[in-house]
Design a protein around this ligand. Sequence first.
Ligand SMILES: NC(=O)c1ccc[n+]([C@@H]2O[C@H](COP(=O)([O-])OP(=O)(O)OC[C@H]3O[C@@H](n4cnc5c(N)ncnc54)[C@H](OP(=O)(O)O)[C@@H]3O)[C@@H](O)[C@H]2O)c1
Length: 253
Amino acid sequence: MIYEDLKGKKVLVTGSSSGIGVATAKMFAQQGCFVGVHYFRTKAGGEKTLEEVKKLSDGCLLAADMRDKEQVVRLIKDFVKQAGGIDVLVNNAGTLIERQDFADATTEYYEDVFATNVKSAFLASQAALEELKKSKGCIVNIGSVAGHNGGAKGSGLYSAAKAAVATMTIAMAKEFAPFGIRVNSVMPGLIETRFHEQFSTAERRKAVAKQTPLGRNGRAEDIAKAILFLASNAAEFITGEYIAVNGGLYMRA
Ligand SMILES: NC(=O)c1ccc[n+]([C@@H]2O[C@H](COP(=O)([O-])OP(=O)(O)OC[C@H]3O[C@@H](n4cnc5c(N)ncnc54)[C@H](OP(=O)(O)O)[C@@H]3O)[C@@H](O)[C@H]2O)c1
């Protein structure tokens, strides 16, 4: 066990039917947490994650479209009912959806990419707030290095949405600090998950690995480790902060 204090915590990981969310759900379960596994379209992925979680600890399976307020409110309510509260909310659900350049991007795409990546984290955090006040819990938002550097071709609106997640993290950290709630974010670089199988060629992934100072692309577990650190007491005096996990591909002073 890495973080003893996480034992018994009630953790909801949105988007844990695939990629980073799966690794995160499993790592929290390894610490003895009760884990809420959430999916939207990939039910089989969610079921598989819960199976793994149950081998290590306990948890439950929940479904919701994170763009929809009613569904998100119900998701949080269901989790709280089954877990008996909430200590950690990981706002991980999100995606690029597809690549669109600004020149011909549609307003439908604009709305969808912001709803999927920003509105989702806003709705879940708002719905969980009263319970997080009780537990003096924490929120970890998943941004992206694209939110800093504008991302690769066709990901401009996604990058803008992830930049909004970064600023929302700081603003929430300020507003929720008086309640003892910490809010931080993790900014992944290129992580080998379904995301890049869908949106990047094998050549591009290879090229990025080559440019990366640490010599490889990220793994979902690399992100999960940073999330667990931020959720643990090891980060008890850290709020409104981000950890970039990208092998040194993007550094700044
Ligand atoms: N992989 C990377 O290189 C990378 C880099 C920077 C940031 N990120 C961010 O990291 C997070 C996880 O990405 P990943 O790489 O693990 O991608 P992934 O394997 O494609 O998983 C995305 C997850 O988000 C869920 N999701 C997507 N749209 C949703 C919606 N409308 N409502 C509810 N859930 C929704 C998916 O659920 P279903 O499949 O069940 O629908 C899935 O569980 C995302 O926020 C992504 O933007 C990833």
